[in-house]
Design a protein around this ligand. Structure first.
Ligand code: UGA
Length: 427
């Protein structure tokens, strides 16, 4: 079993380190945030990720998992150094390498001889080669091993992955990293570092493009009287298309798709390639978010101006199953609603504090409170809890029983029977 340092205790680092400890490795996770390290050492998980807490406690108890402050303390005695650092976007869409570079500067001279740096963070193409020159350590190999962890499902995505991708320039380094995952039953693809880095960006950009496509089809369905759910099902049976990532929504978002598509576009620009298809998929998503807000305003009772009405929004995070608000489509739609002068009250099972820069948004502690005196209600994320609400009670609370279901979560017939005007997406 290997000695592994994981630098960064965000959701990727924490999941990676905890799962590697679960596989039997001796793992030390480092972060710069002392309070976070203290909490984690006591078994308190700082993010919402199903299954993580149990594995983390297990790792601490069996001695496989430790938490320390600072990358140096973790890396000094490790054979593998997993870099799981934030890579936020710069204003132009390129990747901000500040956290990554400062960790590298901190550890490059104390790395034990013949150890391996493993880039888990999503990094622009060429980072591994550039890093090799930057660290000036001929004895240290750089490997790219992108994560394919979706929030809310990260532990399962780690332990039962669709594939493991390892990018390396040395076969020996690739094999040593592959051996860390030997107990995981998955296809392992070994490539060069550039391809591995590009695989990660391409996967996210492709899924984002697929979602833009189905959202565009949803709009077309509304114009021609088709039902996007039937269309998605019908094309999804074709294994060349596949049935996942075909659920239309208010627009896609989250901490990865927007950032990674923008970064891939920058990579293409830098390489002198005009990646029009991807660029259009990104701008069409913006249009779709705006269209979702307009749909809600259009659904208001006749003669009711947005400024004199109240809209109830259910769901604030970027999807169900997470507490993450980063680049949330729900917040983008609400922002557009504010621009259209609407008043919005929102409920989310994972959010109870005011949201930065959204002082106009009233956050309630139940869906019924949000619905109270509302002229329309919009479903923005797909929590089962929203489908299980007592809609009779919701109808009684609302001023006008109008539901815009931007996730197609509810059963239209059930709502219509209860006296609601139901407006789905692409139906
Ligand atoms: C995504 C990828 O799915 C992971 O494989 C990847 O590792 C991760 O980014 C990353 O780069 O770290 P995540 O950001 O958690 O994971 O989000 P997804 O579950 O993929 O959802 C992204 C967006 O697409 C959300 O806004 C979601 O609501 C939307 N979506 C997804 C739909 O609107 N319809 C769908 O059918 C699926």
């Amino acid at each position: 079993m290997a000695d592994i340092a994981v630098i960064g205790a965000g959701y990727v680092g924490l999941t990676t380190g905890t799962c590697l400890a679960h596989l039997g490795h001796n793992v030390t996770i480092a972060d710069i945030d002392e309070i976070k390290v203290q909490k984690l050492s006591e078994g308190e998980v700082t993010i919402f990720e199903p299954g993580l807490s149990g594995l983390l406690t297990q790792g601490i108890e069996n001695g496989n998992l430790k938490f320390v402050v600072g990358a140096t303390s973790a890396s000094r005695n490790a054979a593998f150094h997993f870099l799981c650092l934030p890579t936020p976007p710069n204003p132009d869409g390129s990747t901000n390498m500040e956290y990554f570079n400062s960790a590298i500067e901190e550890i490059k001279d104390i790395l034990p001889p013949n150890s391996v740096i493993v880039n888990k963070s999503t990094l622009p193409v060429g980072t591994a080669s550039q890093l090799k020159k930057q660290i000036q350590r001929t004895d240290v190999e750089i490997v790219s091993n992108p994560e394919f962890l979706s929030e809310g499902n990260a532990v399962q995505d780690f332990l039962q992955p669709s594939r493991i991708v390892i990018g390396a320039e040395s076969q020996e380094a690739a094999s040593s990293v592959a051996a860390l995952f030997k107990d995981i039953d998955a296809t392992t693809q070994i490539t060069g570092t550039e391809s591995s880095e590009l695989i990660k960006h391409t996967a996210n950009a492709f899924l984002a493009m697929k979602l833009t496509f189905i959202n565009e089809i949803a709009t077309l369905c509304e114009l021609v009287g088709a039902n996007v759910l039937d269309v998605a099902e019908g094309i999804g049976y074709d294994p060349r298309i596949g049935s996942t990532y075909l659920r239309p929504g208010p627009g896609w978002g989250g901490s990865c798709f927007p950032k990674d598509s923008a970064s891939l576009l920058q990579t293409a620009n830098k390489a002198g390639f005009d990646f029009e298809l991807l660029e259009k998929a990104i701008t069409l998503n913006q249009t779709h978010l705006q269209r979702t807000a307009q749909k809600v305003v259009d659904a208001l009772p006749q003669g009711k101006e947005p400024e004199n009405s109240k809209i109830a929004a259910l769901g604030l995070t970027f999807k169900a199953g997470t507490d993450d608000l980063r680049s949330s489509p729900s917040l983008a739609v609400i922002e557009h609603l504010f621009n259209l002068n609407a008043r919005v009250s929102a409920y989310d099972p994972m959010v109870n504090l005011p949201i930065e820069n959204m002082s106009k948004l009233e956050i309630t502690s139940t869906a019924y409170e949000a619905a109270s005196n509302a002229d329309a209600l919009v479903i923005l994320t797909e929590w089962q809890e929203f489908a299980d609400l007592n809609f009779e009670r919701i109808r009684e609370a609302m001023r006008h029983p109008i539901v815009v279901d931007a996730r197609n979560l509810l059963n239209p017939q059930d709502l219509e029977l209860l006296g609601f005007q139901y407006i789905g997406l692409g139906q």
